[in-house]
Design a protein around this ligand. Structure first.
Ligand SMILES: Nc1ncnc2c1ncn2[C@@H]1O[C@H](COP(=O)(O)OP(=O)(O)O)[C@@H](O)[C@H]1O
Ligand SMILES: [Mg+2]
Length: 327
């Protein structure tokens, strides 16, 4: 170990995902490169339909090429500590899913078994992550984790079934279910979107605490830029299946380089006034502009933008996929 660059934990390279549809192949991820270091929180932002969930699911489900549920094709590279997961054998993927990479999603019910008590589900996850753990120890750990995520009566929650809890309580249970594995990477896909605003802030604070205590890496997916500064170190901005800008939170928020990032940020109450709002809506992935996918909405579009844009580097590790970046 030397220097100040943190070691890359998760490394995604040229990740491409396409779905077979009646209108032909739909390219949902178009060459994603993304690195996340241990202890680092990267926020993945972008409008609805830009491919954020597709990227999160591709990483966590570690779907093997060439087919994903018969209709999708995934290619490229996903490495954890240098180990290639895309071509790893099934038993390795099961172990990675049980222990190393966990996901919390927007819909807390979808991740829970409706006919199994909460405590038993969490204990089962604990034993899947650590087969040496006794059943009694797993039950105790599960109960302690339910207390740690702030459920007021953890013993009762452990005996409850998912439908007996409120939305906010279920989201805490989902966090407990992920955290009990002590994953190296947590993918949190809009984990608070379905909750009341008052509950959102508390669940986010809890997520930030869990991340700091465990040192896990986190990919925090959100369409709400307002929460990014509170939780993330770096931001990756997605547009039409590509990461069009990355940089530290401070860099991207105060000095966005891509006109799309500038437009997203302009919607924030504390945004610098000089960035114009975004016009138009998300593109149709079946009919993308041949060069820069953002060109039809871009105020700075020029001739060059009808060709695929280059990834331009900036000081501090920021990048923008643009022919004529701002500032
Ligand atoms: N199973 C699927 N079959 C076909 N298209 C899909 C499927 N899942 C997602 N998509 C498409 O992939 C694109 C990205 O979706 P998604 O990753 O959910 O976006 P986001 O999370 O950023 O809102 C959308 O155009 C969506 O319609
Ligand atoms: Mg999504």
């Amino acid at each position: 170990m030397s220097g100040s660059m943190p070691e890359t934990l998760l490394s995604v390279r040229d990740l491409t995902l396409s779905f077979a549809t009646r209108m032909g192949p739909l390219k949902v991820l178009r060459g994603i490169d993304l690195d996340i270091a241990a202890n680092e929180v990267v926020a993945l932002v972008g409008e609805s339909g830009s491919g954020k969930s597709a990227l999160g699911k591709s990483i966590v489900q570690l779907l093997s090429p060439p087919f994903v549920d018969g209709r999708a094709t995934l290619s490229g590279s996903i490495r954890l500590h240098g180990e290639e997961l895309i071509t790893a054998p099934a038993h390795r993927l099961r172990a990675v899913r049980a222990r190393d990479i966990a996901m919390v999603s927007q819909d807390a019910l979808s991740g829970l078994n409706p006919v199994m008590r909460i405590g038993a589900q969490i204990a089962e996850a604990a034993q899947a992550a650590d087969p040496a753990l006794s059943a009694a120890a797993a039950r105790r750990d599960a109960r302690d984790m339910l207390a740690a995520v702030g459920l007021p009566d953890p013993d009762k929650a452990a005996r409850d079934y998912p439908h007996q809890l409120s939305g906010g309580q279920r989201q805490r249970v989902m966090l407990a279910l992920a955290a009990i594995r002590q994953p190296q990477v947590l993918i949190a896909d809009e984990p608070t979107t379905a909750l009341d605003v008052s509950v959102q802030a508390r669940v986010l604070a809890l997520l930030a605490d869990l991340q700091r205590q465990s040192g896990m890496a986190m990919l925090f997916i959100t369409h709400d830029l307002g929460v990014v500064a509170n939780i993330a170190h770096r931001v990756a901005v997605m547009y039409a299946g590509q990461i069009i800008e990355t940089g530290t939170v401070a860099e991207v928020f105060t000095r966005p380089r891509h006109p799309y990032s500038a437009g997203l940020i302009s919607a924030l109450p504390e945004a610098p006034a000089h960035h114009p709002r975004l016009a138009g809506g998300p593109p149709d992935l079946h009919n993308l502009a041949p060069g820069c996918a953002f060109m039809p909405r871009c105020r700075h579009a020029a001739m060059a933008c009808s060709q695929p844009p280059p990834l331009k580097p900036f000081p501090g590790g920021a990048h923008a996929l643009c022919w004529s970046p701002l500032s």
